[in-house]
Design a protein. Sequence first.
Length: 186
Amino acid sequence: MTRNSVLLRHLLRLSPSSRARSSSLIKTLASSPIAAPSPPIHTISSFFTTATANSQFSRPFFNYRTLCSSSGQSKIALIKSEEEFNTSLSKVQDESSPAIFYFTAVWCGPCRFIAPIIAELSEKYPHVTTYKIDIDQDGLENTLRRLNIASVPTLHFFQNGKKAAEIIGADVARLKDTMDKLYKKD
């Protein structure tokens, strides 16, 4: 049903020459067994005529709008394998560089909630590298087991080559406080 409404909105933006081609698609959408009861076809076509009479048709397909933009200042590195993780961890430990290992998952609501905050903090502290690890990535099972990563989001904070703090969960206040204590430059 949601997909049908997205397609219907798209069809509303089509140029007048595209309306003829889209009429069969509209009939298909309207008669789809998944769709909720919809108004009769003649109502939809008359709506298209009314709605499109004064519309602009300069945008070809969907109008995408990003919810955030990157200034290029953040240092978030995606880790996609156990080898990449081990290399990154060794680099952080050997060079004593400040870093965060952020364990996340695409399906995790709290992870999606905290992601923009982590991005904002990575721009605020550009000298700190954030390593983002998707726990569902193939080949990371041994690493996750070894580090006892049982829930997401989990963040490991490194300072002077050693793990200095850990946060489990989407605690924004604690995250900001930990970042300030560990990484704030005077």
